[in-house]
Design a protein around this ligand. Structure first.
Ligand code: ZN
Length: 388
């Protein structure tokens, strides 16, 4: 019943997600959308006083492995775990992510994402809006024709976009794996079907190949060089560096990953060096003023619900302007998802994805950790007293 009543948010400081600041007004929410900013409250409205908070659009994480978790055995993935437990761990991750102020995430991706995405969309469990690639494609997925077929298959399975692995992991040096022809086939077919492509690419050559193939975004890009950043600027390719959470989380939880695949001592030694490498690459990226740097964390097991750490590291250690970092986490990431007219900014007609922070993240980066009010699609999911 409450959802049928209009909601009025009384606010004092609002960042609109596009670089603007609105002060001392009201935001009127009807159904799932923002219908008015300013003016008197409609009859019967339910009012929330957010004047003690700093308000922004819900944040977006364009790269979160929402299903990844530690099992009861304390290990990544959990050995011998049943499907119900895995699903419930993914729900934990979704709830923690939403409570942290992230109202939309993109998962690149696993098959189980689909049911989680759809259950959240039906409103039966809390969580961020989820976009998923389902299973990613890689060099051994097949030759160009097979990749085109797999892209069509993913679309038929309900994928929102396509995820490609064009290079090795940072633990293995990040060299290009998919050929230029494979990338052209996959990104070309996806584009023809109206799907975006996000590409894991660490080396400069793999990022260059993906950019030339017309892929939508480059993920990680630890070793991207100035000439490739310039190419990405020219082509409008999005860049999703992940400098603030994923490597730090691996190092903090080393014992839970060690011994699985390339999570060996050598891999961890690479990741320790990687923290500085990716930060320096990010600083280089910032000098390219037209480069569209979006917000993704590459959150894995142990990182969900701390997606804000990326913002803190970008501003505090990477030297990014805090307003630019906020725009990255809201309207620019929304644009990269093809949802710029629905989410990522606070304006009339947009989805009512609204977060209130105890403190102002633009003046105190640590306030990004203190989302105390979270609304998604006009529904309030969290409303805590500030100063907890
Ligand atoms: Zn990833």
């Amino acid at each position: 019943m409450a959802q049928n009543r209009p909601i009025v948010l009384k606010v004092s400081t609002v960042y609109d997600g596009r670089g603007g600041t609105i002060r001392n007004t009201t935001i009127v929410v009807e159904g799932s959308k923002i219908t008015r900013i300013g003016g008197a409250a409609p009859a019967g409205a339910l009012t929330y006083d957010l004047t003690a908070l700093t308000v922004s659009p819900g944040w977006i994480d364009t790269h979160s492995h929402i299903g990844y978790h530690f099992g009861d055995d304390g290990r990544n993935g959990g050995r011998g775990e049943g499907p119900a437990k895995s699903t419930l761990r993914a729900v934990d991750n979704a709830v923690m992510t939403l409570d942290a102020g992230f109202t939309t995430i993109q998962s690149p991706g696993q098959l189980a994402d689909k049911d989680l995405r759809d259950a959240i969309a039906r409103g039966i469990i809390p969580g961020p809006r989820i976009l998923t690639s389902l299973q990613p494609l890689m060099e051994n997925s097949g030759p160009p024709d097979k990749l085109r077929e797999l892209v069509r298959e993913r679309k038929a399975q309900g994928a929102d976009f396509i995820k490609l692995f064009a290079s090795k992991s940072i633990r293995e040096g990040g060299a290009q794996t998919m050929t230029d022809e494979q990338l052209q086939a996959a990104c070309g077919e996806a584009k023809a079907l109206g799907l975006r492509t996000i590409v894991h690419a660490h080396s400069a050559e793999s990022a260059k190949a993906a950019t030339l193939a017309g892929c939508t975004s480059i993920e990680h890009g630890a070793y991207i060089t100035d000439d490739v950043f310039t190419l990405m600027e020219e082509r409008g390719t999005y860049y999703d560096p992940n400098i603030g959470l994923v490597l730090q989380n691996y190092l903090e939880n080393k014992a839970k990953f060690l011994g699985q695949g390339n999570y060996n001592e050598e891999g961890f030694a690479f990741m320790e060096k990687g923290v500085t490498i990716v930060r320096d690459t990010f600083k280089k990226a910032l000098t390219h003023k037209k480069l569209k740097i979006i917000y993704g964390t590459d959150a894995v097991a142990g990182a969900h619900g701390r997606n804000y750490e990326e913002f803190i590291v970008r501003v505090r250690d990477g030297g990014q302007d805090p307003m630019a970092a906020l725009i990255s986490a809201t309207s620019l990431s929304a644009e990269s998802l093809g949802l710029g007219d629905q989410i990522g900014s606070l304006a009339v007609g947009m989805q009512a994805d609204i977060v209130g922070f105890d403190g102002d993240p633009l003046h105190d980066v640590n306030a990004a950790r203190r989302a105390v009010f979270v609304m998604k699609g006009g529904k309030v999911y969290e409303h805590l007293q500030p100063g907890r």
